[in-house]
Design a protein around this ligand. Structure first.
Ligand code: C5P
Length: 223
């Protein structure tokens, strides 16, 4: 079974995906981490973010993999080409660069293939922007998770402070996530939008437990 969880930045997708995966005994796939890894590699190599051909070559050639940390059954480490980029892909620099990288069809085609290959191996909760529309259009459960801009900025701010990475200035975080969502929603290739058959959940009016409970109920109906 595939549970697709799409939505804008900071809506709580990662927290919800992990909690659902734990409850149901599923694996988890964070597709945003894959786009972030390509952006990180491109910046390291000095590749222009507008250079679709070179970015496509990187996305096709570099293996992105996920690893475990002791005591956690869900993957929390991210590697590109064997390099641990878990922390480095969460910086403000990558926040600002990633949407431009993710807008190129050459990059998307390569990563979507990898995502479909991974998801074919069992029961997965997959989070991203285009999971229900493009990556797994036949997913058994599709959820579009939203929240108000202010709630999303606050959630991202708290996450940045906890991790000790990324901006800790509320106004900067708010304007960054708004800019990223505008860009992600207006791009030509697989823009951020709910699938026609997605269930819309708003985490500003529901607690995380309620969101998780609703998704588990949806999964059980399909089991
Ligand atoms: O989910 P996260 O905030 O880590 O995603 C980072 C960026 O990667 C998004 O803003 C978007 O540009 C891109 N992305 C995407 N498609 C996905 C997942 C992420 O375009 N399925």
């Amino acid at each position: 079974m595939i549970i697709a969880i799409d939505g804008p930045s900071g809506a709580g997708k990662s927290t919800v995906s992990k909690a659902v995966a734990r409850k149901l005994g599923f694996s988890c796939l964070d597709t945003g981490a894959m786009y972030r890894s390509i952006a990180w590699f491109a910046l390291r190599e000095g590749v222009e973010l507008s250079d679709a051909a070179s970015l496509g070559v990187i996305a096709r050639a570099k293996e992105i993999s996920f690893g475990l940390t002791p005591g956690d059954p869900l993957p929390s480490k991210v590697y590109i080409d064997g390099i641990d980029v878990t922390r480095d892909i969460r910086t403000a620099r990558i926040d600002k660069a990633v949407s431009a990288v993710a807008a190129h069809p050459s990059v998307r085609e390569a990563l979507v293939m990898q995502q479909q290959r991974i998801g074919a191996n069992g029961n997965y909760v997959v989070e991203g922007r285009d999971i229900g529309t493009a990556v797994f259009p036949h997913a058994e459960v599709k959820v579009f998770l939203t929240a108000s801009d202010e709630q999303r900025a606050l959630r991202r701010l708290r996450q940045n402070k906890r991790r000790g990475i990324g901006s800790t200035d509320y106004e900067e975080v708010l304007s960054d996530i708004k800019a990223r969502d505008r860009f992600d929603s207006s791009r030509a290739a697989s823009p951020l939008k709910p699938a026609e058959d997605a269930v819309l959940l708003d985490s500003s009016t529901l607690s995380i437990d309620e969101v998780v409970g609703s998704i588990c109920d949806l999964a059980q109906e399909k089991a």
